[in-house]
Design a protein around this ligand. Structure first.
Ligand SMILES: [Zn+2]
Length: 325
């Protein structure tokens, strides 16, 4: 089957409505060098066309497997047509998509939509051991959770150590000419506080020695190790002095806050990092076309799995948390 690349949401919905198409795409993305048994690695499993499954020739448990095995789609009864549409939407809507919008757009329950969105966010997550360098802006912000609406015991366990009152501290590092791209890229991390040891540790972890580090006048940034060229902009005086500013990150924070306040309205603090992953992905891949961003996310669905139990947390009370976004 010759695969095409839809360019618009409308084309994507039409094209991905054919189960043969989505199946062929996912097989091609997952196994570019041929289908492999998900248990023993054998490269000659037998295809069972009526069930769209493969069966391994070797005798072991779990001989049969589907194309969804070991991906964010594993165990999901939702068709790939809806999954692909969900990925297209979240990749390409600048402010994200709420579970309520997705529920109405593709006809699944809001709870299912919420779970799907979190799994797509997992595919958008980009961990990197490579440090960023050159001109690097570093800044921190607080994102307000709606912790006050939680039960007291839940609230205590979820906001412990995050600055109190449901506000979560987030640190951002922006490389102005980021990692092999010709535009800026950002990394974000939820931090337990904005004290000096915490922020310095993250800078050492993410930023190459020899880099220029631009921050505001927060005391926690003082006394950065001498391997960094630290330049400070005191916002009490002005916001820009030559190339000394943190405007790149300010711009990212405003996008993030617009998305969280406008689209998601309430984000529980312990899920916040997933929204950060989502927003950072869209920001870092903003020069790609819609189709290219979709392909980027789809290429990362394998090897990732998120169960509903993991998502709501092991310590959840018997009645599940109601999806709030
Ligand atoms: Zn096998």
């Amino acid at each position: 089957m010759e695969l095409k690349t839809p360019k618009t949401l409308q084309e994507a919905i039409r094209y991905y409505s054919d189960p043969d198409v989505t199946f062929a795409i996912l097989v091609a993305v997952r196994w570019p060098n041929g289908v492999t048994c998900q248990t023993c690695g054998d490269k000659t499993p037998i295809f069972l066309p009526h069930r769209r499954l493969w069966e391994c020739r070797n005798k072991h448990a779990k001989r049969q497997f589907s194309v969804k095995k070991n991906t964010i789609f594993e165990s999901s009864p939702i068709g790939l047509d809806k999954w692909f549409t969900a990925i297209w939407l979240i990749d390409n809507c600048k402010n994200g998509v709420s579970s309520m919008e997705l529920h109405r757009a593709i006809g699944v329950t809001q709870k299912t939509a919420w779970f799907m969105l979190h799994r797509v966010r997992l595919a958008m997550q980009r961990g990197s051991f490579e440090k960023i360098g050159g001109e690097v802006e570093v800044d921190e912000t607080y994102i307000g959770g709606k912790a006050r609406f939680m039960h007291a015991h839940k609230r205590a366990e979820k906001i412990k150590g995050t600055g109190g009152m449901g506000k979560v501290a987030v640190m951002g590092l922006l490389a102005r000419h980021g990692n092999g791209k010709d535009h800026s890229t950002v990394r974000t991390e939820v931090v337990e506080n904005v004290k000096r040891p915490t922020l310095h540790e993250r800078i050492a972890e993410h930023v190459e020695p020899g880099s220029e580090v631009f921050t505001d006048a927060l005391k926690s940034y003082e006394k950065l190790p001498p391997e960094y060229v630290h330049k400070v902009i005191d916002h009490a005086e002005c916001y820009v002095k030559g190339n000394v500013h943190t405007n790149g990150l300010e711009n990212f924070w405003s996008l993030l806050k617009r998305s969280i306040k406008g689209t998601y309205t309430s984000v529980e603090p312990f899920h916040l990092f997933r929204y950060l992953d989502e927003q950072a992905f869209r920001f870092n891949e903003r020069k790609l076309t819609d189709a290219e961003r979709f392909a980027e996310t789809l290429a990362s669905v394998a090897g990732k799995r998120l169960t509903y139990k993991e998502l709501i947390g092991e310590t959840a009370s018997p009645e599940p948390l109601s999806p709030s976004i």
